[in-house]
Each structure stands twice: as C-alpha cells, then as structure tokens.
Design a protein around this ligand. Structure first.
Ligand code: SAM
Length: 216
C-alpha cells in the first residue's frame, strides 16, 4: 500500500515520541523517522505492525530492523548532508531511505539476491535512489571507497579490517559486534589516521555473512 494518509502520518508521529522517550535526541534523525513511510515495506495484512517499535520479518530469513535500532545507529553515525555513506545490509531498504533523508549520498550493499532485487526495484518507486550493489559487504565496497561513514546493519563477529581501510579521514564506522545472539554497538572514528573506539548498548541482529562474517 503506497498511500500515505493522515492515519499513517499520525502513527509515525507516535513512533517518533516513543523513540524520543527511549533516548533518541537528534532532531534530524527523529524528523527522518517521521518522514519515511515504514508501512510501505509491509504487506497489507501486516500494516498494523509497521509503526510498532519492533523488528519484522521481510522474507529470506531477514528482518527490517526495529525503528529504535535504526534511529540509534543513525544517530551514532552523525550523518551530515553530502556525506558519502556505505550501508552494509540493504535488507528492505528502509535504513537507506533514512540516510537519504539526512542528505547523504548512499551506497548500499546486500548479499541476498532476492532482497537486493526487491529493494532495487521498490525504493525508486517511492522516491528514494541510493546506489545498489549485490555482493559481500563484509569486504566493504573497495571500488567506491573511501566513505565518510560506514554503517553495518548485521551482526559481525569482528570489525572487518577492510571497513577501517575504506573509511575516509574524519570518518565514522558503526557496527554491531559480538556472537550470533547478541552484539555490542561499536563506533570507530578515524582522525589523522588514528582510530578511537566507543562501545554502547547490546542489540540483536541477524548475522553478517560472507568472508569476514559468519559462515552459515
Ligand atoms: N538495513 C536493513 C533495513 O533497513 O531493512 C535491515 C538489515 S537486516 C537486519 C540485515 C541484512 O544484512 C540482511 O538483509 C542480510 O541479507 C544482509 N547481509 C548479511 N550479510 C551480508 C553481507 N556480507 N553483505 C551484505 N549484506 C549482508
């Protein structure tokens, strides 16, 4: 259902309030969540789930991340207009839309062919145009590096070295790192070639697959 009526806009406002209560403070991130229609990523029969603060299956054993998780990762990424951003794990494409709303130039890579094809044909229909790639994002996207920001939206066993290399100076990488069940959100900054690392709350993502991720 591509329509976006007063009811859905009202539900989005409520969702923004919930996220504020949970500690999201960046007004630009909240505005982006208030703007991107999340219900269009759901089948008609599941519309009532679209504006609840929870993750939801999107097929192929994958999920559209919980809105709080999307907001948390986006806030930590400190996206500025014009930033060149790499998102690893396109999934539904919802997170890519949020990054585009923040004025970023978005490169998004997905490992699963069906999800890649679905997002690539669907996002432009609702007005969002990131650059889509099919491949193993655990190795980054060397052909298009460096990136000002890199966001990993699947749980990684370690921080892949390639992602650090592909980060521009003054760049920020946000990545959930841990075991298959739960991961700690990690932020790495690169400044004058030096790296600094911060750790935040625990989250539970589907696993990052591929060469530097988990084997199935
Ligand atoms: N960002 C997505 C959204 O907005 O809907 C949610 C991402 S979902 C939690 C994780 C995604 O990462 C899945 O679609 C999965 O197929 C993908 N993925 C897993 N390993 C990957 C890899 N090595 N490279 C690229 N994508 C990967």
């Amino acid at each position: 259902m591509l329509e976006d009526n007063y009811k859905q806009r009202g539900l989005r406002k409520k969702l923004v309030k919930i996220l504020e209560k949970k500690g999201i403070t960046d007004p630009r991130v909240l505005q982006a969540i208030g703007k991107v229609p999340r219900h269009v990523f759901f089948d008609n029969a599941l519309l009532e789930h679209a504006y609840q603060d929870k993750a939801f299956p999107i097929g192929e054993g994958q999920t559209i991340s919980q809105p709080y998780t999307v907001a948390f990762q986006t806030e930590k990424l400190e996206v500025k207009p014009g930033d060149k951003v790499l998102e690893i794990g396109t999934g539904s494409g919802y997170q890519a839309c949020i990054l585009l709303e923040l004025g970023a130039q978005v490169y998004t890579i997905e490992y699963n062919k069906k999800l890649y094809e679905k997002a690539k044909s669907f996002l432009p229909r609702i007005g969002y145009k990131p650059y889509f790639y099919l491949g193993d994002g655990s190795k980054g996207l060397p052909a298009k590096a460096p990136f000002n920001k890199i966001l990993v939206t699947a749980g990684a066993p370690v921080v892949p070295e390639a992602l650090i290399h592909q980060l521009a100076d003054n760049g920020v990488l946000v990545i959930p790192v841990g075991d298959r069940e739960k991961q700690r959100m990690v932020r790495i900054r690169k400044k004058n070639g030096h790296l600094s690392k911060e750790e935040f709350d625990y989250f539970s993502f589907v696993p990052l697959l591929g060469e530097k991720g988990w084997t199935r």
